[in-house]
Design a protein around this ligand. Structure first.
Ligand SMILES: [Zn+2]
Length: 407
């Protein structure tokens, strides 16, 4: 297999999670009597550009047939994050009624609604019909297409180039990252700005976040690699911020290569830190498998011990990362009886692979388990707050990543 960015041969393994079904392929009761399709889930790293990427496998297109769609507005903390971003970027770039903002993967309008409220023209790009409809209901124009070079050029030809193009948690999920980046270049006005947010590979490695790996998450990105990809498309990263979201993300600021804006010191500093932490050393990547197995084994040991002691364990948050952990560990409903999730679309379905039933959050208060494993550890504080009354009655909360914690 060749690197999806630079075409070099991929020789270095990063992580092997065995086989797993697509992380968003939630099952109905009827599905449980049918066969379930598993795909290999392995990551490799390119020793030339250091892009960490999923290994190719057959029939990748079937990943995207799932009916389930994630609605960004479901998370209150994420809404606040989006509103704060819009406020600061509007001031920083001096955006106004003459400006044009494009968001790639605009989801249900969770972010662009803030631009609509500020009278700043915007356009969402979102191929998922259900979320696009929700955005349109908020008065946001939406193009229901996948973004890439072809669409970028069409937008430019139609005079719809952007002063700001943003993409939150989409860059790591696109199968062809070069084509996507050329699309950003094509749709960006001279003097325009790109901002992209994505989980930072440095934090993934440091915090054992192997459970953020799933098939639809094609790339695991460092600032160094994003800088290289931008450069090859005629773009330049001129600033970067580290964010606490999703266990540690980057927000990179991009412009055309010849833009007069100077590259900030933050870029050089973070590049040095990545190098210091071994992100350009093959040995760093070779060691990760053992760390992931340690986290998995500790989580499994906890579940087995609880079972032996006759304690009840439930989970909260039927998130993709939960599916990665549970399937890697081979956990089934005998060890983890049910999971609660606030999203109505997931309720009364079953987790892919593990077949653990997904129930309404009320159930967790009725059954009061001895332990609640919080699968989306990135929102553990928010969840503990929501379930505070359980803790008063003796329930303990468990998180598996970065290492097993019971409190
Ligand atoms: Zn490469």
């Amino acid at each position: 297999m060749k690197c999806r960015h630079c075409g070099s041969a991929l020789r270095c393994n990063f992580l092997d999670l065995g086989f797993a079904p697509p992380s968003n392929a939630y099952l109905t009761a009827a599905d449980l009597s049918k066969p379930e399709v598993y795909f290999p889930l392995r990551l490799k790293v390119c020793e030339e550009c250091w892009l960490v990427q999923t290994e190719d496998y057959a029939s990748a297109e079937s990943l995207f047939s799932a009916e389930y769609a994630y609605f960004s507005s479901a998370s209150r903390s994420w809404l606040a994050h989006a509103a704060h971003y819009v406020e600061t970027i509007t001031t920083r770039l001096g955006l106004g009624q003459q400006s044009m903002v494009i968001e790639v993967a605009s989801n249900d309008g969770y972010l662009l609604k803030n631009f609509v409220a500020a009278n700043i023209p915007c356009l969402g790009i979102e191929p998922t019909a259900s979320t696009a409809e929700a955005a349109e209901a908020l008065g946001i124009p939406v193009l229901r297409e996948f973004f890439g070079e072809a669409l970028g050029k069409t937008l430019a030809d139609e005079g719809r180039s952007a002063d700001l193009i943003l993409g939150n948690n989409v860059y790591a999920h696109v199968p062809d990252i070069n084509d996507f980046t050329r699309g950003l270049k094509a749709a960006l006005k001279p003097g325009g700005t790109i901002t992209l947010e994505f989980p930072h590979l440095m934090r993934l490695i440091e915090q054992n976040q192997f459970d953020t790996v799933y098939h639809e998450h094609f790339s695991y990105l460092s600032l160094f690699t994003v800088g290289r990809i931008f450069e090859s498309a005629g773009l330049r990263v001129f600033d970067v911020e580290e964010l606490p979201t999703h266990g540690g993300s980057l927000r990179v600021y991009g412009c055309h290569t010849d833009d007069p804006r100077q590259t900030t010191d933050a870029v050089g500093l973070l590049l040095s830190e990545e190098e210091y932490r071994g992100l350009r050393t093959a040995a760093t990547y070779a060691q990760f498998q053992v760390k992931a197995e340690q986290v998995k084994n500790d989580a499994l040991a906890f579940l087995l011990q609880a079972r032996r002691e006759g304690k009840t364990v439930a989970a909260y948050g039927a998130a993709a990362k939960g599916n990665t952990l549970l399937n890697f560990a081979g956990v089934k409903p005998d060890l983890l009886s049910f999971v609660c999730d606030a999203a109505a679309a997931k309720q009364d379905k079953f987790m892919p692979g593990s077949h653990i039933p997904i129930l309404h959050p009320d159930v967790i208060f009725e059954r009061r388990p001895d332990y609640v494993m919080i699968l989306p550890w990135n929102i553990a504080a928010e969840v503990r707050q929501q379930l505070a009354s359980l803790s008063e009655q003796g329930t303990k909360f468990v998180t598996a990543v970065p290492h097993l914690e019971i409190r």
